[in-house]
Ligand binder design. Sequence first.
Ligand code: NDP
Length: 293
Amino acid sequence: MELIDGNQIAATLVAELKAQVAAIPGRRPCLALVRVGEDAASVSYVKKKEKTAAEIGIESRIILPPVTIPQAELEKLIDDLNADPAVDGILVQSPLPKPLNEQAVFSRIAPQKDVDGFHTVNIGKIAQEDSTGFVACTPAGIMELLARSGTDLAGKHVVVLGRSLIVGKPVGLLALQKKAGANATVTFCHSGTRDLPSITRLADVLIAAIGRAEFVTGDMIKPDAVVIDVGINRVSDPSKKSGYKLVGDVHFDSVAPLATKITPVPGGVGPMTVCMLMKNTVKAWTLGRSSTA
Ligand code: NDP
């Protein structure tokens, strides 16, 4: 069994992006990070994004509207960032506090600056196999992990557990694309799927993104499968100072001995997500430069 080391692959990617940014003269890429309110997890996610951006040479512009900001004002703020030629990418940290309409805000972002890949146009471009769009960071990170760990999906049966718009659906569509590294046969499973283990046992590559702690157990796996665990679940652990530990959607101890390759949690898919945001920002900057050249 080989562990797919997300931290190491992410570090390589950061170094590559840093070299790419340093090689092009002129204005640095700029990422606007909009965080509404003081939700503790959002504060820490935005800090991490700011830190990784700085490491690569991406300028970040942090915008912190108050939790009381009306929908119309937040949308006006997005309009201003859309119109600002010095801003390449815009990210609005999710979740937005109630009663703000998150999807309306995401869709307000100009598709060419939508580095989180949540705009309907960018989701549609995945289905159209149009590579000028932005793929949401977690599915993009999963594809990068698979490619960089030498897992060619061509002709393989990929089973995706979960059909959310930010992970399950896009990653399944990416695996299905008729292009190098993909070209898989894809099955999607969800809470309405009957006899789930009979389907997961057919998977050459199993991608688990359901948000249920250690749900996938060894008896649900085909021997020699590649297993990608997207889940991030907090479970109580009195031995830890924090009182909890993070586990994935896969029961690592029973699945790992059967798998040829597996991602750990933490240290698998997680570190890739922020990197792919940076990769998308550099792509937006590059596309913007070529359209104004
Ligand atoms: P959602 O809650 O949006 O979607 C979960 C999906 O799993 C749904 O499609 C749901 O089915 C399906 N599901 C739930 N329970 C079952 C079950 N018992 N059997 C079969 N299918 C089931 O979650 P996300 O896609 O946003 O996230 C999934 C996991 O990935 C979470 O643990 C999340 O924390 C993690 N995550 C990790 C990221 C990272 O950077 N590593 C980034 C984003 C998410 P239905 O559609 O029928 O309701």
